[in-house]
Design a protein. Structure first.
Length: 372
């Protein structure tokens, strides 16, 4: 990698965005930051813009700036876009990068959950590449390394189990937002922390893996791995298994997305006997995590199923954190929304966003009269 590559970082003021900019700081001969965006943190964006005076910057909470960012991405005067925006609002930006035929280093998981089949088709049509930045999908991507879907017997996604992993289903029903937000391994935003407790984050990751690696959901299993060292595993048709491991630090998958498949030296510290000495794996049981059944249901619902499930979960999590519904109603509300879905298409951005809006409206109404 001799020539400098031009990088855009969307969601630059968040954890993944900041870590990305920190990682490339030591490689000024390899990377040039040409664009940065934030949603509403204007002060933090201004600080980053001063550190990268050559980069254009956008505040996407402002309509004019958001609308100016899309043409920039579509024109494609860059090599890689590290997309770390949060939420369904990130989908149009993923579309723009792929239509430009560029590399999309994707940390915005909602893009693939909402429109995975469509985005993967766009990538093929425009000779673009989607590089997963989530630790689990980055792990699978590294393990596969040019192998085909036909080589796969099973994909194993690992999960910490969330803050309620040692509580019985009956005890979980009484869980408070304070309990649920006390994640044992990771410091994350409130929604993803709640999703970790329900295991809805793994439901979305199954959907993502299905699209990214062309693997049926029936061949994707979730394992509870309390230490968060094994990030995912691939079992091949001959029964051999490859796992990607490392400390629970998002800088590792970010670094691979930026430099892979080359193994560029980095200051990141990998192995230590203390960290790796006690690794455990156990099946994630439906009795403990009933949300896991929703992955197949969402895929069976057609191309809009992921959009519906994501929207319902977002509304349900907000309602739980606001004290409007109990913890166990999050999953039942999502299932109710999925079961109520009409035959909604999802073959383009407008149709996906329409399904998202329909599901939000339905879920908000359902929150007013949650299931017993």
């Amino acid at each position: 990698m001799s020539a400098r590559r031009r990088l855009v970082v969307l969601g630059a003021t968040g954890t993944v965005g900041r870590q990305t900019l920190e990682l490339i700081r030591d490689f000024p001969d390899l990377w040039e930051v040409v664009g940065i965006s934030a949603h509403s943190n204007q002060a933090a964006l201004k600080e980053l813009a001063q550190a990268h005076p050559e980069a254009q910057s956008w505040l996407t909470s402002q309509d004019v700036q958001r609308e100016a960012l899309l043409p920039f991405l579509q024109e494609g005067n860059y090599d890689v876009c590290l997309h770390a925006m949060v939420g369904a609002a990130g989908l149009p930006f993923s579309e723009a990068v792929l239509r430009a035929g560029k590399t999309l280093a994707l940390a915005n998981k909602e893009s693939l959950v909402l429109g995975g089949a469509w985005l993967c088709q766009l990538a093929r049509e425009h000779h673009a590449e989607i590089l997963p930045v989530d630790s689990e999908h980055s792990a699978i991507h590294q393990c596969l390394h040019a192998r085909t879907p036909a080589d796969i017997r099973t994909l194993y996604l690992t999960a910490s189990g969330g803050a309620l992993r040692d509580l019985s289903p009956d005890e979980q029903k009484k869980a408070t937002p304070t309990q649920v937000l006390n994640h044992p391994n990771w410091d994350m935003g409130p929604r993803i922390t709640v999703d970790s407790a329900t295991m809805m984050n793994k439901v979305f990751e199954i959907i993502e893996a299905h699209h990214l690696f062309e693997t049926p959901a029936s061949q994707i299993q979730v394992l509870v791995h309390r230490q968060s060292i094994i990030h995912s595993m691939v079992e091949f048709q001959d029964g051999s298994i490859l796992a990607q491991m490392g400390p629970p630090d998002m800088k590792f998958p970010i670094h691979y997305a930026l430099f892979g498949p080359h193994r560029q030296p980095s200051p990141l510290q990998g192995f230590s006997p203390e960290l790796f000495q006690n690794l455990t794996l156990e099946p994630a049981r439906l009795s403990q995590y009933p949300a896991l059944a929703l992955a197949q249901q969402a895929l069976d619902a057609g191309p809009a199923g992921g959009a519906v499930l994501n929207a319902a979960d977002e509304i349900a999590v907000e309602a739980f954190l606001a004290g409007q519904i109990p913890f166990h109603h999050i999953v039942s509300l999502c299932e109710t929304t999925l079961q109520a879905i009409p035959s909604l298409p999802g073959e383009n951005l407008a149709l996906i966003l329409a399904a998202d809006a329909w599901a939000r409206d339905f879920a908000q109404q359902a929150c007013a009269t949650p299931p017993l």
